[in-house]
Design a protein around this ligand. Structure first.
Ligand SMILES: C=C(OP(=O)(O)O)C(=O)O
Length: 350
């Protein structure tokens, strides 16, 4: 079952290509432009392919009476205020975009309004990410598809019919698609990761599939890559002591670095299938060194008929192989043997 590939900037994503790793900053900058820039440097060092932000424009996506999911932000009177505090100006977004470029990171940001799509399109983002909460925002998906750039759709909280509609909205409007299994739970426990959905998404849509993970650990992503995930998105945070709603669901920079290493390690393994017989031939010398052959336990005189108790199994395997022990029992030695000598069939007869 081959899936279609997509191209994000200069990177092909899909079967036969390396997993595309996205470090998600979301609101980990807590509205600080300086912190947002610092994340770019840190994620470049961690070795991810792309850094992703979220572009919130309070007046376009929220209303002053939008309720808080959980209000952990004493400084914000309402959710609207929170989104307002997370906003950056166009120039500030531009500086982040350029900084990421200088660090050889692909810059992505998920929009939450038409206005944010316009802002990001003006910046020149190479692809769109549809956060789980936006999957049913079909007018926005249409607008993204119309740009001709790939649309990466997350699936937290979505039913199959929501996903069908989202995918066909993009493909009917000429867009390329990739999909993420995602569970909207922060942090997401192992029973809710849904590794099975990766294969189900692949079979259903024949598009590159990934995992957008909120477990706060590296394990689901490593398992997902082993199962064929072609994209991984994980939240990053400087420290588990940082402030913000996603901290528990995020990886620290050392953990993110280890995840990238782990993914590349898994790919190196997956790209080199072993032929057991060819390997055994190649390692013949080692096989002999580690193998066991037949040795005498004690001194044995010429003419002695070998019994099981006379024979020890010892390294190296350069003599009569241990598996042939039954072939020599009952044979007669035609010379004297000392203890601990390797037995040879040429020294015995029937
Ligand atoms: C919320 C987002 O994604 P996900 O649903 O994959 O966590 C996002 O990309 O903004």
């Amino acid at each position: 079952m081959r899936t279609r590939t997509i191209k994000i900037e200069n990177r092909l994503v899909g079967d036969g290509y390396p997993c595309f790793v996205i470090g998600e900053i979301a609101q980990a900058h807590d509205g600080s432009l300086g912190t947002a820039h610092a994340y770019i440097d840190a994620l470049a060092r961690a070795g991810v392919d792309a850094i992703k932000f979220q572009t919130h424009i309070a007046s376009a996506e929220s209303s002053p009476d939008e309720k808080f999911r959980i209000n952990v932000f004493p400084q914000d009177g309402s959710r609207y205020d929170y989104w307002k505090r997370m906003e950056f100006s166009k120039d500030q977004w531009h500086s982040l975009f350029e900084h990421a470029r200088r660090k050889n990171l692909i810059f992505l940001s998920s929009p939450f309004s038409f206005e944010a799509v316009d802002l990001l399109e003006a910046l020149g983002v190479p692809a769109w990410k549809v956060g789980s909460g936006e999957v049913t925002n079909l007018p926005m998906l249409k607008k993204m598809a119309a740009t001709g750039k790939p649309v990466l759709i997350s699936s937290g909280m979505s039913s199959w019919s929501d996903m069908d509609e989202a995918v066909s909205t993009v493909t009917d409007n000429g867009g390329q698609v990739a999909l993420f299994q995602c569970t909207t739970s922060y942090p997401c426990p192992p029973e809710k990761i849904g590794l099975n959905v990766i294969g189900e998404l692949q079979t259903r849509y024949l598009r590159p599939v990934g995992l957008s993970d909120h477990s706060g650990t590296i394990y689901p992503s490593l398992a997902a890559v082993t199962l064929g995930a072609k994209l991984i998105e994980v939240h990053a945070v400087f420290s588990k002591d940082c402030f913000g709603p996603d901290v528990g669901a995020s990886l620290t920079i050392p953990a993110l670095t280890q995840l990238v290493e782990g993914i590349r390690y898994i790919e190196a393994m997956a790209n080199s299938p072993l032929d057991k017989d060819a390997e055994a031939r190649e390692l013949e010398e080692l096989r002999l060194l580690f193998g066991k052959s037949l040795y005498t336990r004690g001194d044995l005189p010429k003419g002695h008929r070998l019994e099981a108790g006379d024979i020890a199994l010892k390294k190296p395997g350069t003599g009569i192989p241990a598996k042939n022990i039954d072939r020599v029992i009952g044979k007669r030695l035609i010379r004297d043997y000392r203890a601990d000598e390797q037995l040879h069939e040429s020294d015995m007869d029937d």
